[in-house]
Design a protein around this ligand. Structure first.
Ligand SMILES: C[S@@+](CC[C@H](N)C(=O)[O-])C[C@H]1O[C@@H](n2cnc3c(N)ncnc32)[C@H](O)[C@@H]1O
Length: 312
C-alpha cells in the first residue's frame, strides 16, 4: 500500500525501494516467499552489497539507512519515477523524461478521466494515476490478457485500485467501450498502429474537447497517425522528441598570459612580457551528439463539438 499515501514506517505488504549507491531495487515486504520447490522459506533479498532479510524492514522508518551483509543502502517509499526504474519488465516501457512531457501535453490535472492503451508494464499508468487522483480515473487497456491481469493485481497491491480500471481488450478492434463514449479528457496510445486507434479516441473524448497523445518509435507511424488525426477533426498537431542531455562538469586549468605590462609601457616588447600563470575553472561541456531516441510524441487537440469540422 506504500504507493497510496506518504507514511512514516514500513508495514508488511508494502513495496519498498532499496536505494544502493550503484543500483536501485523494488522489494515486496513479505517475510516469507515460495522457493522453486513451492516451499515457504525466509525472504532474503540478494544485492551487490550482500543479503537483506526482508522481515527486518517491517517497522523501519522510510528514508532510513539499512545494513546489508556487505554494506548498506537506504529504504525509500516508491514513487512513479522510482517504480519506472525498478518495475518488472513485461514489455518495453516509457520512462520519466517522456512521461513528464506526456502528462503536460495531455493537460492532465486531478479529476481528469484519461484512457491509456496498451497498459504494458504499467510504467506510465502509475504516473497517470498520481496526476488525476483522487477524483479522476485512469482507464487502461491491453489485448494481452496475462499482462492486463498482472497489471490489475499490481495496482491492487499498490493500493491504487480505486483510481484505475485495467481491462483486457483489443482497443483497435473493439474501441474503448460504449461506457466511455464522450467521457475522456485525454487519450494516450502506445501501440504499434496508433492511427487505427484515432477514430476510437475521437469518440471517447468529451464534447467539450480534449487532448490526444501517441508514442511511436518510427516516423512512418507518426505520419500515418497525423493523417488519421486530421481526418477525424483533431487540430493543433505537433510531434516532438524528448532528448535528455547530460552536461559533463569538470575542472580545467588554462594558462593565462599576464598582459598588464602593455598598459604600463604601451609596447608589446616580448622582453617585458610577464610569464603566464594558470587559471582554474569549473566548466560544463555539452555532448557533441545526443543519442537516446526513445520515440516521437504526437499530440493533438480535439476541439469542442460545436466547432469541430471548422478550420481555424
Ligand atoms: C510498449 S507496451 C506499453 C508500455 C507502457 N506504455 C508502459 O509504459 O509500461 C505496448 C502494449 O500494447 C499492447 N497492445 C498492442 N496492441 C494492442 C491493442 N490493439 N489493444 C490493446 N493493447 C494492445 C501490447 O500487448 C503491449 O502490452
Amino acid at each position: 500500500m506504500s504507493f497510496r499515501n506518504y507514511k512514516d514506517k514500513i508495514d508488511e505488504g508494502d513495496t519498498v525501494i532499496l536505494y544502493l549507491s550503484n543500483n536501485v531495487h523494488a522489494i515486496d515486504v513479505k517475510p516469507e516467499i515460495k522457493n522453486k520447490k513451492g516451499e515457504m522459506v525466509e525472504n532474503v533479498f540478494q544485492t551487490t552489497f550482500g543479503a537483506l532479510k526482508v522481515k527486518n524492514l517491517i517497522g523501519v522508518e522510510y528514508g532510513s539507512k539499512v545494513e546489508l551483509s556487505k554494506g548498506w543502502g537506504h529504504v525509500l517509499q516508491p514513487t512513479p519515477e522510482l517504480w519506472s526504474v525498478t518495475l518488472p519488465h513485461r514489455t518495453q516501457i516509457i520512462y520519466t523524461p517522456d512521461i513528464s512531457m506526456i502528462l503536460m501535453q495531455l493537460d492532465l490535472v486531478p479529476g481528469c478521466s484519461v484512457i491509456e492503451a496498451g497498459t504494458g508494464s504499467g510504467s506510465l499508468t502509475h504516473a497517470l494515476i498520481r496526476r488525476v487522483r483522487p477524483r479522476g480515473h485512469v482507464y487502461t487497456f491491453d489485448f494481452h490478457e496475462h499482462r492486463a491481469n498482472i497489471a490489475r493485481d499490481e495496482f491492487e497491491a499498490h493500493g491504487l485500485a480505486e483510481f484505475v480500471t485495467a481491462k483486457h481488450r483489443d482497443v483497435l478492434e473493439e474501441g474503448f467501450g460504449d461506457d466511455l463514449d464522450g467521457k475522456a479528457d485525454a487519450v494516450f496510445l502506445d501501440l504499434p498502429s496508433p492511427w487505427a486507434g484515432v477514430p476510437h479516441a475521437a469518440v471517447a473524448i468529451k464534447e467539450d474537447g480534449g487532448r490526444f497523445c501517441s508514442f511511436s518509435p518510427c516516423i512512418e507511424q507518426v505520419q500515418r497517425t497525423c493523417l488519421a488525426l486530421k481526418e477525424h477533426g483533431f487540430q493543433e498537431l505537433a510531434t516532438m522528441e524528448v532528448l535528455q542531455t547530460e552536461v559533463k562538469v569538470s575542472r580545467r586549468t588554462i594558462p593565462v598570459r599576464d598582459l598588464s605590462f602593455l598598459k604600463h609601457k604601451g609596447s608589446e616588447n616580448p622582453v617585458d612580457e610577464k610569464p603566464t600563470s594558470d587559471a582554474h575553472y569549473v566548466v560544463g561541456t555539452w555532448p557533441t551528439s545526443t543519442p537516446g531516441h526513445t520515440g516521437y510524441l504526437t499530440v493533438a487537440t480535439l476541439p469542442p463539438i460545436f466547432i469541430r469540422g471548422r478550420t481555424c
